[in-house]
Ligand binder design. Structure first.
Ligand SMILES: Nc1nc2c(c(=O)[nH]1)N[C@H]1C(S)=C(S)[C@@H](COP(=O)(O)O)O[C@H]1N2
Ligand SMILES: [Mo]
Length: 374
């Protein structure tokens, strides 16, 4: 399945290297060694996990830019400072005594679907499954910012992780910012548990930020400091990465909320190597999940061999958690193509062909599943 964007810059020669992010120029060739290295470290959620409301941590997707730090919660301190009335330094024990909330949140990587683009931006080569839903428990960020006292001329809050490395030639700690109004939302949480158990190392132990509705890059893992700032943050992950760019020299627009998307549990059983699906003839319940960071999911339509039908939607489990959909199907022998397409309450709907952008961000093309019914 290949998608190109007729409206944009699909004609750029793949050899043309961008000035500032070496190694990330889009390509049309076979998977590279660098993509394979990333694919072997990071992992997606197997689509059969879409059967569950909540994703077990081992099945939730993982994306880590650098290395997973080996941290000790006993000596861990979170520092809150910058444009605040009083700086705070909090141990994990102190954070656990603060009021806690639990939020069900669907996280999706902004680069999900990247490898389906033509030419494809070189980075973590996601197909469709960089998603997962968990119950995150911890202290509301707004509560701690309230205790620190945000100064009136503050504009953003910067979150810095303990992990560090080099990206685009720039040495850095992983760091991202949020506008003050997003940081003060009551559902933004500094989480120390995932699905009721302590955070696994790969998901940010001992403490991470979770920003419901935003693509995953906003939810900084291994959170070590929070700085309230009076000017927009210009760190690499804010200013260079995670932007909707038309070309290498377009400054682009920042990536923020998750675009509406749905996925289907591929019915039947797979061939080990090709992942081709096989299904016995007769009734089958098609099912999947749909989500949007822009507003609630309003509808899911399912396409069977070119005919669209509306799916049944279950009750949502939370404002920014995915919603289950089902559609009964009576499968006749032969080859079939199934697809699902969600629409959210803003009227946004998944595209049938993906618009291309330089970093491969915010893809939400409809998934198509081929099945052989026997
Ligand atoms: N400190 C830190 N936080 C991070 C990252 C990272 O590399 N370092 N990756 C981000 C990205 S791009 C995504 S998609 C999510 C993935 O969260 P998960 O691995 O818990 O699913 O974490 C975000 N938070
Ligand atoms: Mo991501």
């Amino acid at each position: 399945m290949k998608h190109s964007n007729q409206q944009s810059t699909g004609e750029r020669p793949a050899e043309q290297a961008p000035a500032e992010s070496p190694g990330t120029q889009p390509t049309s060739g076979p998977l590279t060694h660098e993509e394979l290295q990333l694919a072997a470290r990071n992992h997606a959620m197997p689509l059969e996990a879409l059967r569950r409301d909540v994703t077990p941590p081992g099945l939730h997707y993982v994306l880590t830019h650098f290395d997973i730090p080996d941290l000790d919660a006993a000596g861990w301190h979170l520092r809150i400072g910058g444009a605040v009335e009083r700086a705070l330094e909090l141990s994990m024990a102190a954070l656990r005594r603060d009021p806690a909330i639990t939020v069900p949140v669907t996280l999706e990587c902004a680069g999900n679907g990247r490898s389906l683009l033509e030419p494809r931006p070189l980075s973590q080569p996601w197909i469709l499954e960089a998603v997962g839903t968990a119950h995150w428990t911890g202290v509301p960020l707004a509560y701690l910012l309230g205790r620190a006292g945000v100064l009136p001329d503050a504009v953003e809050v910067v979150f810095t992780g303990a992990d560090s490395g080099v990206q685009g030639g720039v040495p850095q700690h992983y760091a991202r910012s949020l506008p003050i109004r997003e940081a003060l939302r009551p559902d933004v949480v500094l989480a120390y548990t995932m699905n009721g158990a302590e955070l696994p190392p790969q998901h940010g132990y001992p403490l991470r930020l979770v920003v419901p509705g935003w693509y995953g890059m906003a939810s900084v893992k291994w959170l070590q400091s929070i700085d309230v700032v009076k000017a927009p943050f210009t760190g690499y992950q804010q200013q260079t990465a995670y932007r909707y760019q038309d070309s290498a020299d377009d400054a682009g627009r920042p990536v923020s909320r998750i675009r509406v998307r749905s996925l289907m549990v591929p019915p039947g059983v797979p061939d080990f190597f090709t992942r081709q699906r096989f299904l016995p003839a007769g009734p089958v319940m098609l099912e999947g999940r749909a989500w949007s960071g822009e507003g609630a999911v309003a509808a899911v339509d399912v396409d069977i061999d070119g005919t669209w039908m509306s799916a049944h939607l279950d009750k949502p489990i939370g404002g920014f958690a995915w919603r289950r959909w089902t559609l009964p199907w009576v499968a006749d022998p032969g080859e079939h193509v199934l697809a699902c397409r969600a629409t959210d309450i803003t009227g946004a709907r998944q595209p049938l062909e993906q618009n291309w952008n330089y970093q491969g961000m915010g893809n939400n093309v409809v998934q198509r599943v081929r099945v052989t019914v026997e």
